[in-house]
Design a protein around this ligand. Structure first.
Ligand code: ATP
Ligand code: ZN
Length: 285
């Protein structure tokens, strides 16, 4: 039986979230600790655990059919892979940073400077686009300490909160790319593998949509129902259930998480009471 081979980071920032995804999609993997391959007992997929740097190559060669990896790694490896889904985690940016005390006067600052990075290709492209001749020092980790120990004048590295830069007396001066984890696929998947991927994405999207929405239940006087429906229209239309108390009903709807706090105040103003907000596990529209 044909299986879809999925490359996932073996151990690192993307590993746990990638594996959670499979379990949330009802895909149970055989114990994965320390192994290179894990198969699912109840879904036709096989997981290959790899270093993230190797994933673009494996997918581009077709050794893996799909892979979950940061866009930054794909850009760096200069592989042209089809992105089939944005995963919504592993968000970061890649930036140039210089010592806090330095004055920054635009890209020209980097002319003849030494820049330490683990991502030389992305950096080279930006330098050449900006016609800057800098000296790239490729190092494999702990890039942020390079200026402090005299290895370089500045760095090009991954930034998320900026606290690592701050602790190393650096400041971010140029954002070169933004990145998040994506699912990429190899070219020429077989018909069967395409079907498996479609089913996987269907489940994944149902879980993602569920996470972004909340189920909301509230009590309202009947004469306020129309006002309330205009605030929380739900998927098709809210359900209305009569209450034992005359002139009142219970209204059930779905609400996007990001609108939540703003909407809650409006609902109270319209007379809603006893508001319950409940997580949604999966949502199929
Ligand atoms: P590997 O051992 O697989 O080579 P790694 O050390 O290169 O792992 P991680 O630090 O685990 O990589 O990061 C994996 C990916 O997570 C990054 O390529 C990036 O896309 C994403 N990421 C998101 N936020 C951060 C962050 N604050 N620091 C580092 N990576 C981040
Ligand atoms: Zn890596």
């Amino acid at each position: 039986m044909e299986k879809l081979k999925i490359a996932v980071q073996k151990s690192g920032r993307l590993s746990e979230k990638s594996l959670d995804l499979f379990s949330e999609c009802g895909i149970n993997l055989t114990s994965s600790s320390g192994k290179l391959i894990s198969v699912a007992s109840d879904f036709p997929v096989e997981i290959l655990f790899l270093r993230d740097d190797d994933i673009p190559q494996y997918v581009s060669d077709g050794v893996a059919d799909v892979g979950i990896v940061g866009e930054n790694v794909i850009y760096e490896k200069e592989k042209h892979l089809e992105v089939v889904e944005k995963m919504g985690f592993g968000k970061c940016r890649m930036s140039l940073a210089i010592p806090k005390t330095e004055e920054y006067n635009g890209p020209k600052y980097f002319d003849k400077k030494r820049i330490a990075t683990s991502y030389p290709n992305i950096l080279k492209k930006w330098l050449s686009d900006n016609k800057i001749a800098a000296d790239i020092h490729e190092i494999s980790g702990s890039v942020e300490i390079a200026p402090g120990i005299g290895l370089s004048d500045s760095i090009f590295d991954i930034v998320s909160s900026g606290s690592t830069l701050f602790m190393n007396n650096l400041k971010e001066v140029e954002v070169l790319i933004k990145s998040e984890a994506v699912m990429v696929a190899t070219k020429n998947l077989s018909q069967r593998k395409k079907e498996i991927l479609t089913e996987l994405l269907f489940r994944f999207r149902a879980v993602q949509k569920g996470k972004k929405n909340k189920y909301i239940v509230l009590n309202a006087p009947l004469n306020k129902v129309n006002d309330i429906i205009s605030i929380i229209p739900g998927m098709k239309s809210p359900s209305i259930v009569p209450l034992a108390k005359d002139g009142w009903c219970s209204l059930h709807s779905v609400l996007n998480e990001k609108d939540f706090w703003q909407v809650i105040g409006q609902l109270q103003e319209k007379g809603a009471e006893g508001i319950l907000v409940i997580p949604i596990e999966k949502m199929i529209v």
